[in-house]
Design a protein around this ligand. Sequence first.
Ligand code: NHW
Ligand code: EN5
Length: 401
Amino acid sequence: DHKFWNTQPVLQHGENVTEEGPIDPAVPRDQVQQEPYSLPKEFEWCEVDIQDDKQIIELYQLLTMNYVEDDDAQFRFDYSAPFLKWALQPPGWRKSWHVGVRVSSNKKLVAFISGIPAAVRSHKTLHHLTEINYLCVHKKLRSKRLAPVLIKEITRRSHLEGVFQAAYTGGIVLPTPIATCRYYHRSLNPKKLVECNFSRVPRNSTISAMVKKFKVAEQPSTPGLREMKPEDATQVRELLNKYLSKFDVAPVFETDDDVCHWLAPTPEVVWSYVVEDTKTHRITDFFSFYTLPSSVIGNDKHKSLNAAYMFYYAIDIPEKEAADSYDTARYTKQRLTELMRDALVLAKQADFDVFNALNLMDNSMFIDDLKFGPGDGYLNYYLYNWKCRDIKPHKVGLVML
Ligand code: NHW
Ligand code: EN5
């Protein structure tokens, strides 16, 4: 029983979806509650101005010490300040959706929630919705029902902007996931992963056998592979939107600006590559991954694990393969496996310790061949105020940071 979630416009446990659509109707702006929700008296609301160096560091420190951990509290996500600036300021971002809570007496930042605007399609409906992320309450203030107040406040601020749907993901199960994906991990630095207790040496193996098993090539092998440039945005947008159209939930990149923001390389944040056909100079393939280190909790030797996460990718299916669904699948598996093999090489060159991916999109086609193994974490996908049928992991085309 969920005292808070029971009151919210989300699919309740056991409810069937007969028709997709909103749960609550949209409300005109002048009928939206104009005052912020009340906080317990020792706290006050603030907008975190992440363009201000002092405030982005306060947010970074709150999250570094208090954000998501794995089930055994061995690792904690350590989103960098440049990453947070990128993640929270896409085209159309709003300062009023970077919501903080401070202690009134000393102004210490103790809680946060954010929204960013996004165009996301579920089945046949295109939503201009809010993507919610970075919900965090300081460890010392847990279980005091602050999270529901943060959620209601970002909902109110979303309604004020005329947005009545949201998308969010989480490790925990709430009412009610539209999809559940599993994390997979590909070791790049097995020795360090073992020293951090991220992975173990199997009983029938040794460290040196593992080092050998997870070696990758020195250089990528796909002809025409190069870093993406902002000038590639138009072609990447077309290629990616077309590829994403086959999934049941996926973003729509509506402008070249969106593509430049999310998918052009950003140092230390996002890594993006294209394959330019050596003859026609057309872009035929694209892939990207992002940097998200984790703090290693209570380890004497290692303080941080440097992880790359698979982000968006797309391949062009040549006409002769596209004519037949069997040939399409075979081509996709082959082409993707070779591209992702190169992604691993590039990630290794950039000194990542591990390459992570979820079993969404077409990732299952290369996960085994490229020696990814299942992790102990799952990621649940949610839509707020929208009834939506269950979606299988391989039909999920949305990646949230
Ligand atoms: S998921 C990562 C969330 N953050 C963390 O896990 C960081 C570490 N944990 C914490 O900081 C990515 C705290 O434990 C948090 C909860 C703050 C998580 N989502 O204050 P109370 C996101 O950011 C419910 C949703 O006492 P707490 C996505 C819980 O079920 N609800 O707990 C965020 C319970 O309700 P119930 C969550 O431990 C999406 C109530 O909160 C939740 O001190 C947000 C307990 O509150 C979670 N991850 O603080 C929803 N974790 O009904 C957006 C707990 O079961 C919805 N709860 O009694 C859409 C809004 C926009 C709509 C626009 C139209
Ligand atoms: C919203 N955008 O559980 C974010 N990570 O598997 C919130 N496990 O790293 C969503 N427990 O399996 C948060 N090693 C959900 C994820 C929370 C973080 C999380 C998991 C994902 C993880 C590692 C470490 C486990 C430590 C003990 C794990 C095994 C790797 C091994 C490599 C070799 C092949 C077999 C698997």
